[in-house]
Design a protein around this ligand. Structure first.
Ligand code: HDD
Length: 690
């Protein structure tokens, strides 16, 4: 729809607009406006008149522009795309969207969890990864996160969890972060959060880009085939660009550099045709497998190691179109785990079961009407029809009088409306693949849910040394932010002792507190074999694709060196971004002026994946006096990035405290290779990690 009012009458031109002319500004009711600059007054200096319907309508609409933000996941970025099924899984699922070669339109919204709609993009936080598939059999929403497990096991705890992590009720801060009293009070009193806490304290919650995140459906779901046979399934999204995260100091500085770092990155990538892609993979297993595990597959705080059930890739997701309007699409999109299609089914996971109520309910509060499904971004692309009628903001105009069923209107030549179809309709699978413990009404949890520590230990043991140090340091940082509740850090460390004694000691040392007495575990943890798939570092892709290289120049920069560097970065599929003290650019060695893409103070090195300092002797001398230039190089080094530099730039590197290592190179071919990775082994020389 255009941004101008469209005639809904005969489809022709409006009375105000002839073809090819600038459209006329009108009121919402189609009356042309003669003056959009001045309100109607009684005399040039007199009061404004109530009669001014143009002014009143404009202000009235403006006053009501905002809608309630999401209670969680308020800050998000969305895009359109397509899902293509690439494997035949008809033996597992009859869902049309999984037919090999089938293409399905999708809308995806990524989000942070705790912060408000206007909060920053890069706090330490879980990221939402919600996908709406507009399938030909109705909408399927896979509303997941970038972490495969969750904080709690039962939906009844969700309001408590969310209240504790959001800004504190009395003071209204902190915004968008878990490093405060109430979150850690709740977490330390709720041992089932332990596994998720390890993920949250890892670099998983500091993604480099939304395009470089994994995604997970989290719960166990079911796939159902034509014969009604159900199998258990877990859904995984794997980014084609590889998974990559930032480090904590970098994430903090990114908040200062660019509030919209992730939103901008996604929008610009799609805008320039660098469409992000993910593989959809499944883990399929049966009841027999489930029964043999030391954890319950219905417990959302547990994962299934890929080594035990390998991933099978069944499709490809490409985001290829930005939204036309942020509010209409990204803000109004309503995801519902209850949006499900024949061939997929829920499991009895008690967290999932609670979600099945919550999402439908919240949309009425957010979007104001039960008719939110008619908003274009939410409407199914396949035909839909039933006898639900009326309600606020009804935009459909059903014809005839069939608004009830059964009816015999068709016998009378009238339209009798749609009817149920046992053959095509969604049918809940029988509980044959579920444990037998159903029937009795009980407020309990299943036995294996009591193991809160085995998988936290599994996660920890699967990480590299550097990743473990990051996790320990995050625990220390976050618990150090607990200001008033002195009982909380020791209680948390007491829980950690059940995961790993050395790790708990590390955190206690980092906090400077005595090692507290170990919490009694509700169920003794067991050792599971480490899983490399849980580590980011072990599977990071060495590539410049989708990454950006900042190139610092100044007057006197060698034109030839700059040209070949930009060519080499571009060839390696990286984005070369030229940074100079003045945005107008710099005068190069050959007398030409090179325009800059960004000014130095506005483009600190944390927004890049690697940097090059391409300076002449004079240029370097000039930049030695620029704090921003020294900081630029210092931060790139501190954030474990590759740094390529001309020999003449040596004094700047020295002033920034840069010491030679594998990531510090000249400007020859070695730089582009070096720029494709990060240098984690540099870190212990730069900062004390717990
Ligand atoms: Fe939730 C939004 C993901 C548990 C209740 N959730 C929301 C969004 C994502 C998730 C990605 C944002 C969707 C969007 O972009 O619009 N939520 C999860 C995951 C969970 C989870 C992966 C656990 C595995 N959520 C969960 C529980 C409840 C909710 C247990 C309530 C009992 N979630 C909501 C909500 C939200 C929501 C309040 C806020 C806005 C919305 O639904 O549309 O209903």
């Amino acid at each position: 729809m255009s941004n101008t009012v469209k005639s809904t009458g005969d489809g022709g031109e409006t009375h105000q607009q002839a073809a090819g002319e600038t459209p006329v500004l009108t009121t919402n009711h189609g009356v042309a406006i003669s003056d959009n600059q001045n309100s109607l007054k009684s005399g040039a200096r007199g009061p404004t008149l109530l009669e001014d319907f143009v002014l009143r309508e404009k202000i009235f609409h403006f006053d009501h522009e905002r809608i309630p933000e999401r209670i969680v996941h308020a800050r998000g970025s969305g895009a359109h795309g397509v899902f293509e099924a690439t494997d035949d899984i008809s033996d597992l699922s009859k869902a049309a969207l999984f037919t090999k070669g089938e293409k399905t339109e999708v809308f995806v919204r990524f989000s942070t969890v705790a912060g408000g709609a206007g909060s920053v993009d890069t706090p330490r936080d879980v990221r939402g990864f919600a996908v709406k598939f507009y399938t030909r059999e109705g909408n399927w929403d896979l509303v997941g996160n970038n972490i495969p497990v969750f904080f709690i096991q039962d939906a009844i705890k969700f309001p408590d969890l969310v209240h504790s992590v959001k800004m504190e009720a009395n003071s209204g801060y902190p915004q968008a972060g878990s490093a405060h009293d109430t979150f850690w009070d709740f977490a330390s009193l709720t041992p089932e959060t332990t596994h998720m806490l390890f993920w949250a304290m890892s670099d998983r919650t500091l993604p480099r880009s939304l395009r470089m995140m994994e995604g997970f459906g989290v719960h166990t779901f079911k796939l159902v085939n034509d014969g009604g046979k159900a199998s258990f399934v877990k859904f995984h999204w794997r980014p084609k660009l590889g998974i990559q995260s930032t480090i904590w100091d970098e994430a903090l500085k990114l908040q200062a550099a660019d509030n919209d770092y992730h939103r901008r990155d996604l929008f610009e990538a799609i805008d320039t045709g660098a469409f992000p892609e993910w593989e959809l993979a499944i883990q399929v297993f049966d009841q027999e497998f489930a029964d043999a595990q030391p954890y319950d597959v219905l417990d959302a705080t547990k994962l299934i190691p890929e080594e035990d059930v390998p991933l099978r890739v069944i499709g490809n997701l490409t985001l290829n179109r930005n939204v036309d309007n942020f509010f209409a699409e990204t803000e109004q999109v309503a995801f519902l785990p209850t949006n499900i299609v024949p061939g997929i089914d829920f499991s009895n996971d008690p967290l999932l079961q609670g979600r099945l109520f919550s999402y439908l309910d919240t949309q009425k509060s957010r979007l104001g009407t039960t008719n939110f499904h008619q908003i274009p971004v939410n409407a199914p692309r396949c035909p839909f029809g039933n006898f639900q009628r009326d309600g606020m903001m009804q935009t459909l105009v059903p014809k005839g009088r069939a608004n009830y069923e059964p009816n015999s209107l068709a016998d009378h030549g009238e339209d009798g409306g749609p009817r149920e179809s046992a053959e095509k309709g969604f049918a809940t699978t029988n509980a044959t693949t579920e444990p037998e413990e159903t029937g009795e009404k009980l407020r309990v949890r299943a036995e294996l849910f009591a193991d809160h520590y085995s998988q936290a230990r599994l996660f920890l043991k699967s990480q590299t040394e550097s990743e473990q140090a990051h996790i320990a340091s995050s625990f220390v940082f976050e618990l150090s932010k607990v200001g008033q509740l002195d009982q909380v850090p020791p209680r948390m460390v007491a829980n950690l002792r059940n995961v790993d004694e050395d790790f708990a000691k590390r955190v206690a040392d980092g906090l400077g507190i005595a090692l507290p007495k170990k919490t009694t575990a509700a169920r003794e943890p067991v050792d599971m074999a480490p899983s490399d798939a849980l580590s980011i570092h072990k599977k990071m892709k060495e590539t410049l694709e989708g990454r950006a290289v900042g190139i610092l120049i100044a007057d006197g920069t060698d034109a030839g060196a700059l040209k070949s560097l930009v060519a080499a970065v571009t060839k390696a599929k990286g984005k070369a971004v030229i940074v100079a003290p003045k945005v107008g650019g710099a005068k190069l060695s050959d007398g030409t002026t090179q325009k800059a893409d960004a000014q130095l103070a506005g483009a600190p090195s944390q927004i890049f994946d690697a940097v090059a300092v391409v300076l002449s002797e004079d240029g370097c001398t000039a930049l030695l006096k620029e704090g921003a230039a020294v900081q630029w190089a210092m931060d790139a080094f501190g954030h474990l990035k590759a740094i390529g530099a001309t020999e003449e730039a040596g004094p700047l590197l020295d002033k920034a405290g840069i010491e030679p290592d594998a990531g510090v190179t000249g400007l020859d071919g070695a730089f582009v290779t070096a720029a494709a990775k990060r240098y984690y082994d540099r870190e212990p020389k730069l900062r004390t990690l717990a």
